[in-house]
Design a binder for this molecule. Sequence first.
Ligand SMILES: [Zn+2]
Length: 108
Amino acid sequence: MNECKDIESLIPGYLEGRLEVGDARRLLAHLKACPDCRDEMEINFLLEEGIRRVESGETLNLDSELDKKLHATEETLLLLDRIRSGIYIVEGTAAFMIAACFLMLFLF
Ligand SMILES: [Zn+2]
C-alpha cells in the first residue's frame, strides 16, 4: 500500500521528535489501523531506543515504553486541539469574570 510507504518514512522523524503536527496525527491514526506499520514502528523504536538503553545499562520494556510514547503524542495532539478550541473558552471565561465583577460591585 502506498500509504504504508508514506507512513514508514515518517517513523524515524517521529522517534527523533521532529514531525510536524499534521504528520504525527496521520502517523498515529494509521498505526491504530495497520498492524504492519505498528510492527515497523516497534522495530525502529527498538533500534533507536534499545541501543541507547543498552549503552546506558538500563532495561527496556519495549511494548509499554512505545505505548507510553504513542500515548504521550496522542495527549499532545489532543491538547493542541483543546488549545485551539480553548481560545473561545477563554473568551467566554473572560466575559463571565467581568460579569461576576460587576455583580460583586452591585451586591457589596
Ligand atoms: Zn500501514
